[in-house]
Design a protein around this ligand. Structure first.
Ligand code: APR
Length: 309
C-alpha cells in the first residue's frame, strides 16, 4: 500500500504546524505549498530533517508548483491572511475569497479526486467559494471550524473542573463566528452533564469565552491568529478520513434542508470517514438553540452574498 498523500496549501503558521503534526503522526507524505517562493521549501526541508530523530517515515516536500499536488488524497487550504487585533474574521472576506478561489482552480485542475478541507477565514464563506469553484460533490468539501471551537470549549471545561481533557466531550454548532453555539446540553464530562460540576454562570462564562476564543488569542499575539489548536483540529479531521474512523465531528458542510437550512455551508455534526462526509447528524434542538442557529444561518448568508464569484 502506498502512503497517503496530503497536500497543504499555505505554509504559514497554520499550514506548517499542520504539516509538522501530521508528519509526527506518520499520516502520509506531505506536500507543502506557498505562493512566496522558498518558504514552503525551507520549512519542508527543516521538518524533514527532524524525521530521523522522531523515527517517522513521512516525506515532506515544500514547493510552489501546483503540479506537485497531483493524486493527493486530501488537500488542506490554509492560504490567506490571518486576523489582526480589532479585525473580525469577516474583515478578511474580500482578500481571502480571491486567494481561495485561485487556490481552488488549481485543486480542481491537479487534484480532482481529493477531499478538500478548508481552513481560511471567514470559514463558512470560504468553503462556499471553494465548492463553487471546484464543483466537487458535497461529500468532498469540508470546512474546519467546529473541531477547533469544540476543543477550546473542552479545554476550558477541563481546566475549570480539574478533570482529564480525555473525559470532556463537547459539541459546537453553527458558523465560525462570535455567534457560534456551544451546545451545553450535548456536552458532558465522562457522560455526566456539565451542570453536575459547574454552576450555570460558570458554564455561561465558558460558552462566551469559547465564542471569543479566537479573538482572545489574536489580542495576545497581536501579529496573527491561533495555529496550534487549529492545526491539531485539522489533523484530527485528516486522521478520521485516512483511517476511515467514522468520527463524529462538527464540520462546516453543505446543507440541503437539514436543520431547516438550504444551500449554505455551516457547522453541524457529521460522520467523517474515507468517503469524506458520510452522514449529517441532525440533533434535536430546543427553541433557544433553534433560534440561535437560524441567526447563524442568516449571518452566513449575508457573508456569502458579499462574495463575488
Ligand atoms: N497560494 C498559496 N499560499 C498563499 C496564497 C496563495 N494564493 N496567498 C497567501 N498564501 C500564503 C502566505 O504566503 C502565507 O505563508 O498563506 C500563508 C498564510 O499564513 P499566515 O499568514 O501565517 O496565516 P495563518 O495563521 O497560517 O492563517 C491562515 O487560516 O485560520 C485561518 O484566519 C486564518 O485565514 C487565515 C488562514
Amino acid at each position: 500500500m502506498q502512503r497517503p498523500k496530503i497536500s497543504i496549501i499555505g505554509a504559514g503558521n497554520v499550514g506548517a504546524t499542520t504539516a509538522h503534526i501530521a508528519s509526527l503522526k506518520e499520516l502520509g507524505n506531505i506536500v507543502l505549498i506557498d505562493i512566496v517562493k522558498g518558504v514552503a521549501q525551507g520549512k519542508g526541508l527543516d521538518m524533514s530533517a527532524s524525521m530521523p530523530i522522531e523515527q517517522r517515515d513521512a516525506r515532506i516536500k515544500g514547493t510552489d508548483d501546483y503540479e506537485d499536488i497531483k493524486d493527493s488524497d486530501i488537500v488542506v487550504v490554509t492560504a490567506g491572511l490571518p486576523r489582526k487585533p480589532g479585525m473580525s474574521r469577516d474583515d478578511l472576506l474580500k482578500k481571502n475569497s480571491d486567494i481561495v478561489a485561485s487556490v481552488s482552480e488549481n485543486i480542481k485542475k491537479y487534484a480532482p479526486d481529493s477531499i478538500v478541507i478548508i481552513v481560511s477565514n471567514p470559514l463558512d464563506a470560504m468553503v462556499y467559494v471553494a465548492s463553487k469553484v471546484t464543483g466537487f460533490p458535497k461529500e468532498r468539501i469540508i470546512g474546519m471550524a467546529g473541531v477547533l471551537d469544540s476543543t477550546r470549549f473542552a479545554y476550558f471545561i477541563a481546566e475549570e473542573t480539574n478533570v482529564s481533557v480525555e473525559d470532556v466531550n463537547t459539541m459546537v454548532l453553527g458558523g465560525h463566528g462570535d455567534m457560534m453555539i456551544p451546545l451545553v446540553r450535548y456536552s458532558n464530562i465522562a457522560g455526566i452533564p456539565l451542570s453536575h460540576f459547574l454552576s450555570e454562570d460558570k458554564i455561561e462564562a465558558m460558552v462566551e469565552r469559547t465564542r471569543k476564543g479566537g479573538a482572545e488569542i489574536v489580542n495576545l499575539l497581536k501579529t496573527g491568529s491561533a495555529y496550534y489548536a487549529p492545526a491539531s483540529a485539522i489533523v484530527d479531521m485528516i486522521e478520521a478520513i485516512l483511517k476511515d474512523k467514522k468520527k463524529i465531528l462538527p464540520c462546516s458542510v453543505y446543507l440541503e434542508g437539514e436543520y431547516g437550512a438550504e444551500g449554505i455551508f455551516i457547522g453541524v455534526p457529521i460522520k467523517l470517514g474515507r468517503n469524506g462526509v458520510e452522514e449529517i447528524i441532525e440533533l434535536e434542538l430546543d427553541n433557544d438553540e433553534k433560534k440561535a442557529f437560524e441567526k447563524n444561518v442568516e449571518q452566513v448568508r449575508e457573508l456569502i452574498e458579499k462574495v463575488n464569484i
